[in-house]
Design a binder for this molecule. Structure first.
Ligand code: C5P
Length: 221
């Protein structure tokens, strides 16, 4: 068979939510299904790449032919991504929890009758921004921007703030049906401008994005 357009390349992908413990039985998480990130990992593997997929807890099978690293927390996701470098391109599709509880209670927090516990939160590391600015930055770094309003303005600001090459922006307001759904309507925001794609299946978005990555990296290794 023809060698794929990403043969010889290593692509890092993050996917799914992260899960931040409050105590041994409770956690903070979000509604990310992992469908878009997993589809990108599968499409990159189908294009001949070696793929490392760092995934939070999802109800999806590991894609065939992909090295999957299962993690729970944002800090574990960052460590797994750093361990996976170098890569030719990285796609950060995970919905990382922005905050974690400052101090994970070692035991289940009990109701005391004195009212609810105060949970102090601290910020999680920004994996995309950290790797975009690291010494081992992949030549092509792609982030996602899931927004519920002002999608393009937020995406343009994010491109600069995170130091990545491309932001794939989508509308995840509840009426869009994107979170957990099978379809996605994305806008590619880069220094070159904005390119809006039509409503597509998440698999088709993945295939087109992988074709874009291959074109940007150039043919062959
Ligand atoms: O700032 P915001 O969370 O909207 O940015 C979204 C992009 O940043 C996504 O690509 C997401 O995977 C990435 N991100 C990350 N680590 C975080 C927060 C977001 O890698 N802690």
């Amino acid at each position: 068979p023809e060698p794929g357009p990403l043969k010889g390349r290593h692509i890092l992908v993050t996917s799914g939510p992260t899960r931040e413990p409050i105590d041994p039985v409770r956690y903070i998480a979000n509604h990310s299904s992992g469908k878009q990130g997993h589809a990108i990992a599968a499409a990159a593997a189908a294009a001949g790449a070696r793929v490392t997929l760092v995934s939070g807890p999802v109800r999806l099978d590991d894609p065939d032919g992909v090295d999957v690293v299962h993690i729970e927390t944002a800090r574990e996701m960052l460590a797994a991504c750093e361990a996976a470098l170098p890569a030719d391109a990285a796609v950060f599709a995970a919905a990382v929890a922005d905050w974690r509880v400052a101090r994970d209670a070692g035991q289940k927090i009990k109701k005391t009758g004195d009212g609810p516990p105060a949970l102090a939160l601290v910020e999680n590391p920004d994996i995309l921004a950290t790797i975009s600015r690291s010494i081992s930055r992949p030549p092509l770094v792609i982030g996602f921007a899931a927004e519920t309003e002002h999608v393009l303005d937020h995406a343009k600001a994010k491109l600069k703030r995170k130091g990545c090459d491309l932001i794939v922006a989508n509308d995840v307001s509840p009426e869009s049906g994107v979170m957990g759904g099978e379809r996605n309507r994305v806008h590619l925001v880069s220094a070159a401008g904005v390119e809006s794609w039509p409503d597509l299946s998440k698999d088709e978005v993945a295939r087109r994005l992988v074709a874009r990555i291959a074109a940007q990296l150039g043919e062959g290794a």
